[in-house]
Design a protein around this ligand. Sequence first.
Ligand SMILES: NC(=O)c1ccc[n+]([C@@H]2O[C@H](COP(=O)([O-])OP(=O)(O)OC[C@H]3O[C@@H](n4cnc5c(N)ncnc54)[C@H](OP(=O)(O)O)[C@@H]3O)[C@@H](O)[C@H]2O)c1
Length: 283
Amino acid sequence: MRVTIFGASGLLGKALIHEWRGDVVTGLSSGDADIRDGKRIEMLVREQTPDWIVLAAAYTDVDGCEKNPDLAFAVNRDGAANVAAAAEKAGARLLFLSSDYVFDGKKTEPYEPGDARNPQSVYGRSKAEAEIKLLNLLPNVCIVRTSWLFGVGGKCFPDTILKLAADRPSLDVVNDQRGCPTYAPDFAHAIIQLCGKNTEGIVHATNAGDCTWFEFAKEIIRGAGLHTTVYPVSSAQMARPAPRPAYSVLSPARLRTLGITMPSWQDALRRYLAERPRQATAQ
Ligand SMILES: NC(=O)c1ccc[n+]([C@@H]2O[C@H](COP(=O)([O-])OP(=O)(O)OC[C@H]3O[C@@H](n4cnc5c(N)ncnc54)[C@H](OP(=O)(O)O)[C@@H]3O)[C@@H](O)[C@H]2O)c1
């Protein structure tokens, strides 16, 4: 199988490149191909003749999207449509990465793939509109929604907590947002299997289990053997430009029917904490 990954220099892209075995994989960063440039994307995809395109490229700064909505829609919605148009012309399958932010976070039980979208932020709207465009352009597109991605390949919540904990005796962390932490290598494995199974439609994929950011931070501190005290605070006390969903637990039911399971987030965190110092030494 031939695979082209857009967004290969990002947190997920790096994990995909690292974990993918047995296929011919090409990774592209924004320097190789800006997905806003439809003609260049079409030419690159025609040259590479991929069986699958994995579209992990996105403008992912959620608060930045609030300040730069034009850029958010240009990259996340219209850029995605450029890639879908190129996939359609080249006869390639497309797997598009989407987000828990397409939901409003008002549910109290896990979101299923068919639940109504109701994004509350510019980032969420750009992803939701991309999903709708892609489903119209490429009816066999595979849309994979995930949440709370972490890994050694980039900026992420555990990395921030560990850096802050190194300098501070205590940290305030929000305790009224619940979601599913997702370790990039585990998510990459799920994506590789979804392509191998020729999956169509919307799938939710996260590590198993859920927690609040406060609970996640406490487990990070404990797992790293640190003694920083973590205090629970409300989202209102830590106001940010973009609203965050209060509840964004994604149901694994469809993933399971496809024969794919993911380890618990606690197990994933243990592996991240073991991998992180090795990565720091290698740099
Ligand atoms: N991180 C999360 O918690 C999370 C949660 C849910 C869903 N997702 C989705 O999962 C996917 C991967 O996220 P991530 O955390 O790996 O993202 P990331 O680390 O921010 O990486 C983003 C990637 O997109 C590329 N990119 C940005 N603008 C581009 C453009 N105009 N043209 C081409 N490439 C461009 C970047 O390339 P350069 O490095 O060259 O700029 C980088 O490779 C995204 O679709 C994201 O929306 C992420």
